[in-house]
Ligand binder design. Structure first.
Ligand code: ARG
Length: 462
């Protein structure tokens, strides 16, 4: 379809471009993904040019039809890209002119690639955010469902990766839910700042033609119009924000992934992932490896790299547009695609997770699960907290020396440590009793956890 190889700027140039330079500077391999967003932007721009009588109705119709044609060819994978097409924007325009003739050259009126590319990237990221938020919600839903099934499953809660105080598996899973809830909100905030129209800034200074930017913003669903034309083409803060939201969300996924890996080890033995979500070893026939969470854990580093790459491109970059900004796309696309893939596989892992409730309960019941409740008991009888801590600490030490658990102690032995402990019954010293004793808002108390799970499930049903 396209035969000629003439650049948009050929008029100013005495010689053709060096093909090696063309290959180096081309972004086509990466920014092809922007095709539909570029066309979306062009359609709105063209309608505005007609409305403002900068183009005639007939010209506008020709251009819109031509753009549809190009879109169809792109969708069918039949669009003939040329090495000389520096980027997707030039390729689409060249295709348009090839299809409808010189009138296609009027589309770029009152526009520069600088405001065009910023517009297309914002349209892409706005959709990416919506997809990611759906992915986050799906993962939150799977966590809440798993939590609902494990309200009564007791497990050790950890600090320093040492058994600390018993919690329920539901409580633990809902802690991850909360982190994802903040991610959801952060992506929402970020979307608001993505959703601003740069188009109409032209190269950097605006235009002398009577354009209507508000009209274009409405056509494209942008909430507002960028107020400063220099900033409009120079700004990639929205990419940094997107990447930092993605980096933090990936951090949260890596924490979930790490726990799944630990829990599935023989050392913990808390859970298994179904065979369908694991791989074996090419050498060791007995192996079953948690590759999916391992890769989620590892891919987190890629997203950090994307964020640092983007920050570094922007650092000390003079205003306004510089070709450096072309390097914004790979990190943005990579982060969006990686995060979506990791969210989806983490949903599979949570849904498929087979919990060994007995093993978890055993671990929760060992190592003085109700030590803190004993301290609280003494505190309630008037002993200062610091003294109570010392008394129970000594009691723990004597148990360790005698190789006994707290529940093995007789009421006389308990009373020897403090009279107020005389009435404590063995069943008050279990992990379950520790949970049931909790009262504070947001605590491991079954009623509190049930409230969190109900809220989460109610939200998911909306
Ligand atoms: N491919 C370029 C980018 O991604 C498009 C803008 C190029 N503008 C220019 N004046 N060379 O940033």
């Amino acid at each position: 379809m396209k035969a000629k190889n003439t650049k948009a700027w050929a008029g100013r140039f005495a010689t053709a471009a060096d093909p090696r330079m063309e290959a180096f500077t081309s972004s086509l391999a990466v920014d092809r993904r922007l095709a539909q967003y570029d066309i979306q932007g062009s359609v709105a721009h063209c309608r505005m040019l007609v409305k403002q009588k900068i183009l005639t109705r007939a010209e506008g119709e020709k251009i819109l039809k031509g753009l549809k044609n190009v879109q169809r060819e792109l969708a069918r994978g039949r669009f003939p890209f040329l090495a000389s097409d520096e980027d997707i924007h030039m390729a689409v325009e060249a295709g348009l002119i090839e299809t409808i003739g010189p009138v296609g050259g009027k589309l770029h009126t009152a526009r520069s690639r600088n405001d065009q590319v910023a517009t297309a990237l914002r349209l892409y990221l706005r959709e990416a955010v919506d997809e990611i938020v759906r992915g986050i919600e799906a993962l939150q839903f799977s966590l809440a469902k798993k939590a609902k099934a494990h309200m009564g499953t007791v497990m050790p809660g950890y600090t320093h990766l040492q058994r600390a105080q018993p919690v329920s598996l539901a409580h633990h899973l809902m802690a991850h839910w909360e982190a994802l809830e903040r991610d959801r909100a952060r992506f929402g905030d970020c979307r608001g700042r993505i959703n601003v129209l740069p188009l109409g800034a032209a190269a950097l200074a605006g235009t002398s033609l009577p354009i209507d930017r508000k009209f274009v913003a409405r056509e494209l669903g942008f909430r507002s119009v960028a107020s400063n034309s220099i900033d409009a083409v120079a700004d990639r803060d929205f990419v940094v924000e997107f990447l930092s939201c993605a980096a933090l969300a990936m951090t949260h996924l890596s924490r979930i992934a790490e726990e799944l890996i630990l829990w599935c080890s023989a050392e913990f033995g808390f859970a298994r992932l179904p065979d369908a979500l694991c791989t074996g070893s090419s050498l060791m026939p007995h192996k079953k490896n948690p590759d999916a969470p391992e890769l989620v854990r590892a891919k987190t580093g890629r997203i950090f790299g994307d964020l640092v790459a983007m920050l570094t491109v922007l650092k000390a970059l003079p205003l306004s547009y510089n070709r450096d900004l072309q390097e914004d796309k790979e990190p943005a696309f990579d982060a969006a695609e990686t995060l979506n893939a990791c969210l989806a596989v983490t949903v599979l892992c949570i849904e498929g997770l087979e919990v060994d409730e007995v093993r978890m309960a055993e671990a929760a019941g060992a190592d003085f699960p109700a030590a803190v409740e004993l301290v609280d008991r003494l505190v309630e009888s008037g002993v200062p907290m610091r003294e109570a801590h010392g008394i129970v600490g000594r009691l723990v030490r004597s148990c360790l020396e005698a190789g006994l658990g707290m529940a093995d102690l007789s009421s006389e032995e308990l009373a020897r440590h403090h009279p107020a402990l005389a009435g404590v019954r063995p069943e008050e010293l279990t992990a379950e009793a520790s949970l049931a004793a909790k009262r504070s808002a947001g605590s491991a108390a079954p009623s509190e956890v049930a409230r969190q799970v109900r809220r989460a499930l109610r939200r998911a049903k909306r």
